[in-house]
Each structure stands twice: as C-alpha cells, then as structure tokens.
Design a protein around this ligand. Structure first.
Ligand code: DGP
Length: 140
C-alpha cells in the first residue's frame, strides 16, 4: 500500500481529516473539493498515494476512470449542468497543488467562461454539503 503520511489526500483516505465523500470502493474515493470552482466540484482519487499521472499504475488509473465516469454521470443527472469537464493537473506548470493523483469533475454552465488555472478560494460548507447530498442520492 503506497501511503504518504504528509499528504492531505492520504489523510482523508485514512480518516485522519474529514471530507464530504460521495462514493467509495476498494481502491478509489470521490469527495467534494473544499475550494470548489463551481457548485458540485468533485475530486476522484486512488486510495493509494501516487503523485501524478506518470506514477499511477494503469490498473489504478482504470479504476479511477471508472469511478470518475460513475460520479460524472450522477452529477449530470443530479445537478443537470449544461456540461461536465474533467481536469487533471500534473506538475507546477499545470497548477497541481496537491501531489496525490486526482481528477477534478467540474459541472459546467453555458457561458461560465471558466479558466483552467482557477483560484483556490474556500467554499461555503452548506453549499458543498447540499451538492454532495444531491450526488449521493443519485448514486444510491
Ligand atoms: P490541484 O490544484 O489540481 O492539485 O487540485 C487540488 C484540489 O484539492 C484543489 O481544488 C483544492 C482541493 N483540496 C485541497 N486540500 C483539500 C482538503 O483538505 N480537502 C478537500 N476536500 N479538498 C482539498
């Protein structure tokens, strides 16, 4: 089991710090982003610690992809956005701030004009929770 005791996402997987999970299976976890760029912004991670796309083994990548598809499908039904974007950053130049491989699922609104390097602003916990509850209901 690959684990980094300094990694914030490993701490979430281990239950050492809280998160708002929406889906979990043996090797992957989906939870709400604490700095959402939009309502419903969700992260998908492998439970094991791999820094980036280059490190994550293909079988783990396949499992993350399957979870990302499952959660994006639930988001598209529960939140009814105009679209859904996947963003996955590798390295400083790509604005990767947490060095544990992850995929952002971002519900989109026509004309939202989102920039790929968004600012990390704290989200409203009630709004994040409400989005999580709607996604979880769809996944059940
Ligand atoms: P990136 O910048 O692509 O590495 O994305 C990392 C994301 O992780 C960013 O959108 C904010 C989010 N994030 C950072 N720390 C935490 C945390 O402790 N909990 C949660 N839920 N999200 C976090």
């Amino acid at each position: 089991m690959s684990f980094d005791s300094e990694c914030i996402f490993c701490k979430i997987v281990a239950g050492e710090i809280g998160s708002m999970p929406v889906y979990e299976d043996a090797n992957t976890l989906a939870f709400m982003d604490i700095n959402p760029v939009v309502y419903g912004h969700t992260l998908i991670i492998p439970k094991q610690h791999w820094q980036n796309l280059y490190e994550v083994p293909d079988d783990q990548l396949a499992e993350v992809s399957a979870t990302a598809k499952r959660v994006a499908t639930a988001i598209s039904k529960a939140l009814v956005p105009d679209g859904v974007s996947f963003v996955q950053a590798n390295g400083k130049g790509a604005a990767q701030s947490v060095l544990h491989f992850h995929v952002h699922i971002i519900p989109r609104t026509l004309g939202d004009d989102l920039k790929i390097n968004w600012k990390l602003n704290p989200g409203n916990p009630d709004q994040i929770r409400s989005a999580a509850q709607r996604i979880v209901r769809e996944l059940q």
